[in-house]
Design a protein around this ligand. Structure first.
Ligand code: AMP
Length: 140
């Protein structure tokens, strides 16, 4: 029998959490190491490791909950915006192998960076863009 993920243990009440929301398929709770006050994680209760592993309907359900949670977080901590992010795989920085969507409040006066500044960037020609787009289309 495989071991439960830490987030399954949270869902089961075996590890305490600051619960924000729960329904049959999803669970939301405060991140224990918040990047900002109100930083919340939204997860499917089923321990899918990556977003790509999840059935499309469940992805829709998690994002639907995340939208509601984002509004509630913004209202609760008076934040004008939130960054929503998934580290999808170990090389992307995923530490917990159970899908989780970060909802992170952003404030006007903080020095947090937009998520695209985390990447080096890629300088691609039109031909390279078209070739990559075609390769992605062909892999769908
Ligand atoms: P990631 O790097 O995207 O896998 O993020 C994992 C997140 O889970 C980190 O932000 C951690 O702070 C958070 N985390 C780990 N353990 C707990 C826990 N027991 N309760 C709440 N958040 C946790």
């Amino acid at each position: 029998m495989s071991e439960k993920t830490i987030f399954e243990q949270i869902v089961a009440g075996e590890i305490p959490s600051y619960t924000i929301y729960e329904d049959e398929q999803t669970y939301a709770f405060l991140d224990a190491n918040p990047l900002a006050p109100g930083h919340t994680l939204v997860i499917p209760k089923e321990p899918y490791e990556r977003l790509n592993d999840m059935p499309p309907e469940l992805i829709g359900t998690v994002f639907s909950v995340a939208g509601e949670v984002a509004s509630a977080v913004e209202a609760a901590v008076d934040a004008p915006a939130t960054t929503l992010a998934i580290n999808n795989g170990e090389e992307a920085g995923q530490e917990v192998p159970h899908v989780h969507l970060h909802v992170i409040p952003q404030f006007e006066d903080d020095d947090s960076r937009p998520i695209h500044t985390l990447f080096r960037g890629a300088d691609l020609s039109d031909e390279e863009m078209e070739e990559i787009a075609a390769r992605i289309r062909n892999n769908q």
